[in-house]
Write a protein that binds this ligand. Structure first.
Ligand code: ZN
Length: 232
């Protein structure tokens, strides 16, 4: 089998492979992908912070109502007419007052701590929102830039694709099929020369029987890397 045409095909396909690789490595695309991840993370964080803030608000309401209860008890105590009480009753009320005061102090402390947590969450929320907004703007820019990059090589790509299609018509369909299969697996080059007794792609030595077959048929598939090995 003659490999001239498929070698010609491959050398043109190399241009296509370069373009595809360039698009895969495109900086705008990479940045856009990273920014998209950042946006997603910021969104998830915002949801989580909102949840936490909701829970915290509940806790704050609870503590506030506990404080109110303690204050009411205190008021009931203050409304009592001490003049009419026995000494024992007065002492009992005094210790109740101490306890109520202690409870109030603890509850106020809890409330302060909860308020501080809330401030921290709000600060985090604002920071996350800022990250989200700037990532969103930058993402839109990068995405557009990438789309322009793609557009700018579209003509070149379709021109090469047209030539490749034309060339493929004069190539054995079996070898073309094998070539396309490898190529779709992102293997390049697909066609490699025999190098001594080794595959020019993966450098593994070919078995003697395969060399014989190669001499007879002109091409052989490397058992290791599945590339097409030809003799030149
Ligand atoms: Zn190989």
């Amino acid at each position: 089998m003659k490999v001239d045409m498929i070698l010609k095909y491959q050398s043109l396909d190399r241009e296509m492979f370069k373009i595809e690789k360039g698009l895969k490595d495109n900086q705008n695309k990479k940045m856009a992908d990273t920014l998209r991840d950042n946006i997603k993370n910021a969104q998830e964080r915002s949801v989580k912070l909102e949840e936490n803030a909701g829970k915290l608000l509940n806790d704050i309401e609870k503590v506030k109502s506990q404080i109110k209860t303690q204050e009411q008890k205190m008021q009931e105590f203050l409304n009592k007419d001490i003049e009419k009480m026995t000494k024992g009753e007065v002492e009992k009320l005094a210790s109740l007052k101490d306890k109520l005061n202690q409870n109030l102090v603890i509850l106020e402390k809890n409330l302060t701590a909860l308020a501080e947590n809330m401030n921290a969450i709000l600060a985090d929320f604002n920071k996350t929102k800022k990250i989200f907004n700037s990532a969103k703007d930058e993402y839109a820019k990068r995405k557009e830039a990438y789309e322009n990059d793609v557009k700018s090589i579209e003509n070149q790509k379709s021109e090469i694709a047209g030539k490749l299609k034309e060339l493929s018509k004069s190539i054995d369909s079996n070898i073309m099929q094998v070539y396309q299969k490898r190529r779709n697996e992102n293997v390049f080059p697909v066609l490699v020369p025999l190098n001594g007794n080794s595959c020019g792609g993966c450098h593994m030595e070919l078995p003697f029987a395969n060399i014989t077959k190669l001499n007879e048929e002109g091409v052989i598939t490397c058992e290791h890397c599945r590339r097409i090995v030809y003799k030149h």
